[in-house]
Design a protein. Structure first.
Length: 189
């Protein structure tokens, strides 16, 4: 099914006014802490690839009001900063910094194009989805057993694969250099 931008804009107005799960979404991203929420960056992509960065909100009502007003085509969830992202311009260069963010793994169906026999590129059918199911089971087991993570959220990415959000506090506080657990190290590049 193909939807043009004007149709999508109208459908999104309905979605944001009637269906978007505001409270669970904000509860998840704030860890029930409005201080976290107020320091988390959101980026909205509007029709025409217009980007609104450094958005931050004090509560679910502010977030809901903004979403309904700007009607974004895409919402990107950013890090938690040391100050409110919407106030980032009032700080000296270098004093605005990310202090936490979830570790996110992205598994794309295109990673399996060499072994898939049914589809290619972003196309996905029930036969090739088996590769995603196997990858999720293996990575989930490793993250839980080898690294001890408990708060994993697996979501369909919306196009060609899945994302795993690791929300454990120990994961959110990791540096860019990687994870270390015993003798196993996983680097993020």
């Amino acid at each position: 099914m193909s939807v043009d931008a004007a149709e999508l804009e109208e459908l999104l107005k309905i979605y944001y006014s009637r269906l978007f799960p505001y409270s669970p979404y904000i509860k998840w991203l704030s860890y029930n802490n409005n201080e976290y929420l107020s320091k988390r960056e959101f980026c909205f992509t509007l029709n025409g690839d217009i980007y609104l960065r450094y958005k931050s909100f004090s509560n679910v009502d502010e977030f809901k009001k903004e979403l309904k007003a700007v009607n974004p085509f895409k919402i990107d969830v950013g890090a938690i900063y040391n100050v409110k992202p919407k106030d980032h311009k009032s700080f000296k260069s270098g004093s605005f910094a990310a202090v936490e963010r979830e570790v996110v793994f992205d598994i794309d169906m295109t990673d399996y194009d060499e072994v898939r026999y049914c589809c290619s590129d972003a196309k996905i059918c029930s036969d090739c989805w088996v590769f995603m199911k196997i990858a999720v089971r293996i990575i989930d087991e490793a993250l839980r057993h080898d690294f001890g993570f408990k708060n994993l959220l697996w979501v369909y990415s919306g196009r060609r694969g899945v994302h795993c959000w690791i929300a454990d506090e120990s994961a959110r506080k990791l540096t860019n250099n990687g994870l270390y657990k015993g003798s196993l190290i996983l680097l993020f590049v």
